[in-house]
Design a protein around this ligand. Structure first.
Ligand SMILES: [Zn+2]
Length: 541
């Protein structure tokens, strides 16, 4: 196995990718090296910026330099001792319509120059294409992939099997299902660049998720041409391990300044919002007064620092089990990114399946977007599919969440537990205490210390969708269980009325008794509760 997983969170992971030149830690960004004009030499990319590997274009290399890189070897040619990935010219097909090289030639060339990771000559789908046109790119790419395994001669190169189909998701699925049967070590998702240029990050989520669900999880996934730090977190959360960026240099040429929250024109900036060594020693005005070459270099270097820093933050977030929070933070920098995060909901079960069950820290719940988190989805699924209430209970006592967690140890709940303890034992055994709480919905008391039911912080007041979610979870629970009485303690926070109405409806539907205990002070609640408990428990004896 060339790829080994170390840590994971959501579908994101920290992994080790073994190449013939060295081991790489993922998620990883390959800066694109232009063989003709390279602003920042590859050696500096590694030593100063920490990029362990680079990518270059084998097609351009062959066209301009022919046998020279074959004679020197790729690593000497670029004076770079880290792993080098090569792309095959597919991007040139997308831009220029065709390339003057055959698949067999470009495969042979990549073997001759000694690429560490190499790519077959796939046909990119692009953005504005019909389903028929897209289908052709998928089938031609598959045909070439099959032919490739008959011609390859070296075993020490990691080969990339590209997935095409563009925004036609049924074709992305077909492409992934066909390509997974072939022994590629890495897969790549083609043509996201145009999707991103159109700001359709929601479509990008669909494309990545579709590819990911239909590929072997243990193979790393490269997202071709995705080199902006604002979307790394989103893509990593969906299971992308590898990225390449020509953007750092292309943006620099156009005077564009990348940040993890979006792009600025240097000419629009009064301050440089960055702590990199370039930005802390100058001002936008001073950079604008530089020569074109100098300011381009400044921007390229800054852009590289920003990309590297963001990947480090993402890796730390994976280790800390806080990738979701990180993605939420990043996607709030642009409405289209947030749309993309909202699309995660469509893949919540898939994401839940691969996300770790226990983490070393709790999580933060901000609003209803967080309802698609694996922790919330997992609890809901387990409560629905596996949970049965304790034997012999007949009364469901629903208590509101408290500030203190676990809830059953809070001051408010201790008083209720005190009443239950002083009931006749036969009576108290019939009462099952549960909590209604955001974001989990309904939590049986005996589970409230299980991770992560007490290990989270929730922002209050809750938004409407979260209130609805909690209310629906409680109602669903009542409908699928067999209590004869439901007693709801309503502490009169406004959102709880929503829960009350749902409970009332669910009880009516089941034909069981519903009591809502609400009163001015907590003392009244306790008195009412005691009376009602005695009434309903003795009735059933
Ligand atoms: Zn900077």
């Amino acid at each position: 196995m060339s790829f080994e997983l170390k840590e994971k969170d959501l579908l994101g992971r920290i992994g080790k990718l073994k190449t013939k030149t060295g081991v790489l830690e993922t998620p990883l960004l390959f800066p694109v090296i232009n063989p003709s004009v390279q602003l920042v030499p590859p050696k500096r990319l590694k030593e100063e910026f920490g990029f362990e590997a680079v990518i270059t274009n084998a097609y351009i290399l062959k066209k301009r330099y022919q046998d020279k890189p074959v004679a020197t070897g790729l690593h000497n040619f670029f004076n770079f001792d880290g792993p080098i990935m090569t792309d095959s010219g597919a991007y040139q097909i997308l831009v220029y319509g065709n390339v003057e090289v055959s698949q067999a030639e470009i495969v042979k060339y990549q073997e001759q120059i000694g690429s560490d990771i190499a790519t077959i000559l796939d046909i990119p789908t692009g953005w504005r294409v019909t389903s028929e046109e897209a289908e052709k790119t998928v089938s031609e790419t598959l045909k070439r992939a099959k032919a490739f395994f008959k011609t390859k001669t070296r075993e020490d190169i990691l080969w990339v099997g590209p997935i095409q189909g563009g925004r036609h998701l049924e074709l992305v699925k077909k492409s992934a299902l066909d390509m997974r049967k072939l022994p590629f070590q890495i897969h790549a998702l083609g043509s996201p660049t145009e999707v991103m240029e159109n700001y359709r990050y929601d479509v990008l989520v669909d494309m990545i998720a579709t590819a990911k669900m239909n590929l072997p999880v243990e193979r790393p996934l490269h997202l071709f041409g995705a080199g902006h730090p604002a979307m790394f977190a989103l893509a990593v959360a969906l299971g992308c391990d590898l990225f390449d960026s020509a953007a750092y240099a292309l943006y620099a040429r156009e005077g564009r300044y990348m940040t993890e929250n979006g792009t600025w024109r240097l000419s629009e900036l009064d301050y440089l919002p960055c702590q990199c060594p370039k930005c802390t020693s100058t001002s936008p005005k001073a950079v604008l007064e530089m020569t074109q070459n100098e300011s381009e270099l400044f921007l390229a270097e800054h852009n590289l620092y920003v990309c590297a820093a963001e990947l480090r933050r993402i890796k730390q977030a994976i280790r800390d089990g806080r990738l979701w929070e990180h993605v939420e933070m990043r996607t709030h920098s642009h409405p289209e990114l947030l749309n993309a995060l909202k699309t995660f909901k469509n893949y919540e079960d898939f994401m839940e399946e691969y996300s770790p069950t226990v983490k070393k820290s709790g999580f933060f719940f901000y609003d209803s977007i967080g309802l698609a988190r694996p922790e919330v989805v997992r609890f809901r699924n387990r409560l629905t599919r596996r949970y049965t209430p304790p034997k012999d209970v007949t009364i469901l006592l629903l208590c509101p969440q408290t500030r203190k967690k676990p809830f059953h140890k809070s001051h408010e709940i201790s008083k209720i537990r005190h009443i239950l303890r002083h009931l006749d034992e036969k009576l108290s055994d019939r009462v099952h205490m549960c909590f209604y709480a955001a974001p989990f919905g309904l939590i049986p008391q005996e589970l409230d210390e299980v991770y992560p039911l007490s290990q989270h912080e929730t922002s209050q007041p809750l938004d409407q969708e979260t209130r609805d979610y909690v209310a629906n979870q409680v109602a669903d629970y009542i409908e699928r269980t067999q209590y004869s009485t439901v007693m709801l303690i309503n502490d009169q926070s406004r959102w709880l009325n929503r829960v009350k109405e749902s409970c009332r409806k669910a009880c009516r539907k089941k034909g069981i008794i519903f009591e809502c205990i609400e009163a001015g002070g907590s003392k009244d609640i306790l008195i009412r509760l005691e009376i009602l408990l005695k009434k309903h428990t003795s009735e059933k004896l």
